[in-house]
Design a protein around this ligand. Sequence first.
Ligand SMILES: Nc1ncnc2c1ncn2[C@@H]1O[C@H](COP(=O)(O)OP(=O)(O)OP(=O)(O)O)[C@@H](O)[C@H]1O
Ligand SMILES: [Mg+2]
Length: 251
Amino acid sequence: MTSLLDMKNLNKHFDGVRALDGFSCVLDEGEILGVIGPNGAGKTTLFNVLTGFIPPDNGRVLLQGNDLTRLPAHKRAQLGIARTFQNLRLIRRLSVLENVLLFFKDQPGERLSNLFLRRGMCRAQETQNREKALSLLQQIGLERKAHDPADALSYGQQKLLSIVCCLAADARVLLLDEPVAGIAPEMIEKILGVIQDLPKQGKSVMLIEHNLDAVMQVCHRVIFMDAGAKVSEGTPQEVRDDPRVIEAYID
Ligand SMILES: Nc1ncnc2c1ncn2[C@@H]1O[C@H](COP(=O)(O)OP(=O)(O)OP(=O)(O)O)[C@@H](O)[C@H]1O
Ligand SMILES: [Mg+2]
């Protein structure tokens, strides 16, 4: 496997809180990498730094050897890094389909000149995006909900929809922040099935989850982090059996 995303010695402090403290790791191509750790360990901060939502104090992020550390969030999105949020950020009053359409990169209608000069081309592209979006929704069984407002979906369906949005953005790195937290068991299985299929579509995944069973089921490799640092790393089994991990997960 080739290394896709390289995180080198990342530090991020907030008023004395070490959210990331010399954190380093690699995401390989086609891998599903689990990131576990207690509340406040720095997991979401890691995603914020990877996506360019917040700058690290120091350290570097490389995508296939290219340094992204100083690139703004939208450039990283263009390069294929997409995320979902712990507290979903769908636009609840827009339809399910409209939410997906917002994530397509090719939106010629966005450019004013295109809108006036090349209406036909815009329409063709928009029709193509619509078809692609409907086909993505069909793949995950949400096509019948396409025209419902996003907030009419169940919480689990909204989590699925946010994964579809990453696919619409044509991401090759998907950063999923607690994709199965707070969801009914049958929906958890469905979402895990979708995640498990992502590498077959050429996608690489980092997955933050507190649900260890889910992590064990889908992750190829797991990192346990605490106080902003990597404490343990290995196969799901190895990490689960690490006494430091066992201690952290026993109240
Ligand atoms: N924007 C911010 N400003 C100040 N402190 C922050 C900020 N973002 C995160 N923190 C702090 O950094 C630490 C790590 O937070 P983070 O959200 O990354 O943890 P987490 O591992 O995702 O936790 P959880 O499992 O609860 O989601 C926490 O102490 C948090 O309060
Ligand atoms: Mg978090």
